[in-house]
Every structure is written in structure tokens, then in C-alpha cells.
Write a protein that binds this ligand. Structure first.
Ligand SMILES: Cc1cc2nc3c(=O)[nH]c(=O)nc-3n(C[C@H](O)[C@H](O)[C@H](O)COP(=O)(O)OP(=O)(O)OC[C@H]3O[C@@H](n4cnc5c(N)ncnc54)[C@H](O)[C@@H]3O)c2cc1C
Length: 455
């Protein structure tokens, strides 16, 4: 028998987006929420992530609005003085307790191990039990930007007989050290994997790094939950943007300002997903000299890589590490509120958890969908330089829209997920005053220039 689940909202996906939205919603509205996820618990892709993954930003920028993740400064190591970054077990434990808090309200239930089938129905993969929600239950699509990860996505290339190909997760379980590792990918998973291998004593010359595109990355020391640091960075960025002749020249200027980093200064990156990176990581990554830039891998066979731009010989015992899953989806922006579903997306540039949370707050406190869409126009993730520029244009416009609402402004200044917040207890400082003054002076011309540069 199909069981009817009485709920006001059905949130499909209990990953970071679904959790942040639900947390804000139930804290500001007396509603019942059913969450459904095919995984066994809340936390999304983090539950299957490679074991040495860490948040690339301060933990405080991640999670749900009601409960701060992290918040301490690192005391030791290469990032001493920067905010802590949670690792996989800490993220999984955090979502387990965040869910418990939601369930303890008596108004939230997670249907784990269940597949949403559309048409308001979902089914348990475990028992086969079918469920349906009533017509007046609002569907929330919290998987629209769900990333692909190597552990769950086959490599995007053919594998010939005798070739050793493993997902990034697999490097921790290699039984016998090969004479060569081939890391395939240009994103955060690939940089993390290279750093993990180097950190475990692998000679940089024993690593071949297949990098179809070179990435621009943000200096992590400037993406910190301290308004005098973060807002000063944004002020520098907008001042440089207002004067930029072109996007490639803007990024070179941002590099001069110490905001953007690239691994190889003889190559102009074309990728701007802009994760953050520590300068210690940059030094390590620069020790890998055997970098292959011949496009995407088409096929791997024993001792050979076949790429779009030619073939490359590798050692017969080489272990090829798949870090080429699409971790940052760009399905196209759609209005967050539509009759059929609420589709969660970032709102300010990047920071998806804040985007989902402010959408939850707006859903709880506003009635009209057109007004909700006016306050929270979606942003998208960066990829090319133009995508990055458009992401920032839409992000700034959204921030101006919701920031003009006194209650949302007050709420977002209290929420640690908001990187640009100025908490009420912030000590006055000349540096912060200067940053705020320069932001006021450069944001409008900067955004106008971004519009021109992004076409
Ligand atoms: C390795 C990695 C590191 C990252 N690091 C950061 C970082 O440090 N900071 C940052 O801000 N962002 C980071 N990101 C970006 C990341 O995409 C987002 O932060 C965020 O985690 C995405 O969460 P999500 O809820 O959109 O997706 P997911 O975590 O994938 O959650 C979606 C959930 O939907 C479920 N689902 C999908 N379809 C169905 C269905 N039909 N029925 C039932 N359930 C379904 C899935 O099982 C999944 O659990 C990282 C991404 C990756 C891959």
C-alpha cells in the first residue's frame, strides 16, 4: 500500500543545500518537512567523499544557519592563524547532529534510503515501500546542483586491459607503491590528491598530472570569517575590476594583489571555479613538473594515455587516479520559486549553503513567489572567466536585493554562513572602516564593469 506522508514540504536531497534550507525554514515557520534521500543519512556527497577531503574554506561558511561548524583558529601547521576546515568525518558527524536537532523539533522526518520518483512519490530502496505526499505539499529540489564524485561516477575515459585506474578515494588503499601515479583532473579533487600523495612521501617526479585546463584559485588567507579581511579583499577586487581592460587582465591584476593564485605562472589559466587554496599547497603543487596539457583523456591502456591532443607514454605499473568527475554543476539558472518546485541554487556568488539558507528564510517569511524570486535571484557557479564574472554580477545584485530588507539583513548578519556579514559584536577598526568605505566607492562601478566584461 502506498503510504501518504502528511507534510507541507518534501525536500528531495538531504545534502548541504537541503539541510541548510530546511534548518532555516523550520526555525522561522511552523511547518512540517519530509526530507528524502537515497543515501543512508544526511550529508549528501560528503558521505562518499575521498577520506582526505577537507572543506576548502573556513568551516564556518558551511553547514546550516542554526549551528556553527568549526569556528576556531588553527594553532599549528601551515595554516596556523587561519580558521579550521572540517574533514570528512567532522562534516558527516555535523550533519548527523544537525539532522537530530531538526528531528527533535517534531516537525522534520528524513526518509533515508529512498528514491524520489517524481509526481510527489518516493520509494524505499530497502523495503520497497512507496510513499506519496499530498497535492498541497511543496516540492523542494535540493539535488539540482548535486555534484558528481569519483567514488560514484565512472572515469570519463575508456580503460584498456591491464590499465590500473582508481577513483581518488582509492589512493588510501593502494597495496603496493607503483613507480608512477597519473592524476587526471584540474579541480579541487585533483589538487587534494596531489597534496595527499606528496604528503605521503611520493616523489614529485613520480607524479604525472593531466591538467586539461589550468585553474585560478583564491588565496585562502583572504577568504576568512573576519569582515576586515574578507571585505577588504572584496573591495580590492571591485576596485581592480572597475579599472580592468579585459577579464584575463583582471585575473592577472588580482594575482598581483595576492587574491588569485595559479600553479604555473607561465600558463594563463582559463578555469575560474575559484576554490580556495593555501600558499603551502601552492608550493607543493608547483613541485610537480610533469604536467600534461593535451586536453581531456580519451583512453588509458597499460603504459599509455590517449588524449585529445596526442598520446603520452607512462610507466606500465602506473596507477591512474580519476579526479575528473564534474564536482560543480552548471545546469543553468532557473527561478528558485516555480509552481512545480522550489529549486535550490546559490544566491550570492558561491557559498551554496548560505544560498539555500536565505531561500529557506525567505520561504518562511514571505508569501508571494514573485517577491521571493525578486529577493533571491539565483546565481550559478563559476567555470570559465566569463561564468565567474556573471556569477559575481548576479551574486551582487541578489545581495543588494535581499540586503535591502531589514529583517533579512539582520538575519544574514547573524548567520555565520554569510561570508560578508559584519556581526553586531565586531570591534570597530580602521581597517574595517576603510574596507567598507572602499566597498561603497567601488562596488557599483565594479559590477557595471563586470557586466561589460561578461557580455
Ligand atoms: C569534493 C568536493 C568538495 C567541495 N568543497 C566545498 C567547500 O569546501 N565549500 C563549498 O561551499 N562547497 C564545496 N563543494 C561544492 C558542493 O557542491 C557543495 O558545497 C554542496 O556540498 C553540494 O551539496 P548539495 O546538497 O547540492 O548536493 P549533494 O551533497 O549531492 O546532496 C544531494 C542529495 O540528493 C540526493 N538525491 C539525488 N537524487 C535523488 C533522488 N531522486 N531521490 C532521493 N535522493 C536523491 C543524493 O543522494 C544527495 O545526497 C565541494 C564539492 C565537492 C565535490
Amino acid at each position: 500500500m502506498t503510504r501518504t506522508v502528511e507534510a507541507d514540504y518534501l525536500v528531495v536531497g538531504a545534502g548541504a543545500m537541503g539541510m541548510a534550507f530546511t534548518d532555516a525554514l523550520v526555525d522561522h515557520a511552523d511547518v512540517r518537512v519530509a526530507m528524502v534521500d537515497r543515501r543512508h543519512a544526511a550529508g549528501g556527497h560528503w558521505l562518499s567523499a575521498y577520506p582526505f577531503v577537507r572543506l576548502h574554506q573556513s568551516s564556518t561558511f558551511y553547514g546550516v544557519p542554526s549551528t556553527v561548524l568549526g569556528g576556531r583558529l588553527q594553532e599549528h601547521g601551515p595554516e596556523a592563524g587561519l580558521h579550521e576546515r572540517a574533514d570528512q568525518p567532522a562534516i558527516a558527524a555535523y550533519y548527523s547532529s544537525a539532522l537530530r536537532r531538526l528531528v527533535d523539533t517534531g516537525r522534520v522526518e528524513l526518509f533515508s534510503g529512498c528514491d524520489y520518483r517524481g509526481d510527489r512519490t518516493f520509494v524505499s530502496r530497502v523495503s520497497g515501500q512507496e510513499f506519496v505526499v499530498p497535492d498541497d505539499c511543496r516540492i523542494v529540489d535540493a539535488r539540482y546542483l548535486s555534484p558528481d564524485i569519483p567514488a560514484e561516477t565512472p572515469p570519463p575515459f575508456a580503460i584498456g586491459d591491464g590499465a590500473r585506474v582508481i577513483p581518488a578515494n582509492g589512493v588510501v588503499a593502494v597495496e603496493e607503491a607503483p613507480s608512477q601515479y597519473v592524476v587526471v583532473g584540474s579541480g579541487k579533487t585533483a589538487t587534494d590528491t596531489c597534496i595527499w600523495l606528496l604528503g605521503h612521501g611520493v616523489d614529485p617526479d613520480a607524479i604525472v598530472w593531466v591538467r586539461p585546463r589550468d585553474p585560478w584559485m583564491l588565496d585562502r588567507a583572504l577568504i576568512q570569517p573576519d569582515p576586515s579581511i574578507y571585505l577588504a579583499m572584496v573591495a580590492d577586487l571591485m576596485e581592480a575590476t572597475a579599472a580592468a581592460p579585459s577579464l584575463p587582465e583582471l585575473f592577472l591584476r588580482l594575482e598581483e594583489l595576492g587574491i588569485m593564485l595559479r600553479i604555473d605562472r607561465t600558463v594563463t589559466p582559463t578555469m575560474a571555479k575559484a576554490p580556495t587554496l593555501g600558499r603551502w599547497e601552492l608550493d607543493l603543487l608547483r613541485s610537480i613538473e610533469h604536467v600534461v596539457r593535451l586536453g581531456h583523456v580519451r583512453a588509458v591502456s597499460r603504459g599509455r594515455l590517449e588524449l585529445e591532443g596526442g598520446d603520452v607514454p607512462v610507466r606500465p605499473d602506473a596507477v591512474v587516479v580519476h579526479c575528473a568527475a564534474d564536482g560543480l554543476k552548471l545546469p543553468g539558472r532557473v527561478p528558485i520559486w516555480q509552481p512545480g518546485a522550489i529549486t535550490l541554487q546559490p544566491v550570492r556568488a558561491g557559498f551554496p549553503c548560505f544560498g539555500a539558507a536565505v531561500s529557506g528564510y525567505v520561504e518562511a517569511t514571505r508569501d508571494d513567489d514573485a517577491e521571493k524570486n525578486r529577493l533571491c535571484p539565483p546565481s550559478s557557479y563559476g567555470n570559465t572567466l566569463v561564468d565567474w564574472a556573471q556569477m559575481n554580477v548576479t551574486g551582487f545584485r541578489a545581495t543588494a536585493a535581499f540586503g535591502a530588507e531589514p529583517d533579512i539583513k539582520e538575519w544574514s548578519n547573524r548567520v555565520a554562513l554569510n561570508p560578508a556579514r559584519v556581526p553586531l559584536d565586531t570591534a570597530p577598526s580602521a581597517r574595517l572602516d576603510d574596507a567598507l568605505a572602499r566597498l561603497a566607492a567601488h562596488t557599483r562601478p565594479g559590477v557595471a564593469r563586470l557586466v561589460e566584461l561578461s557580455g
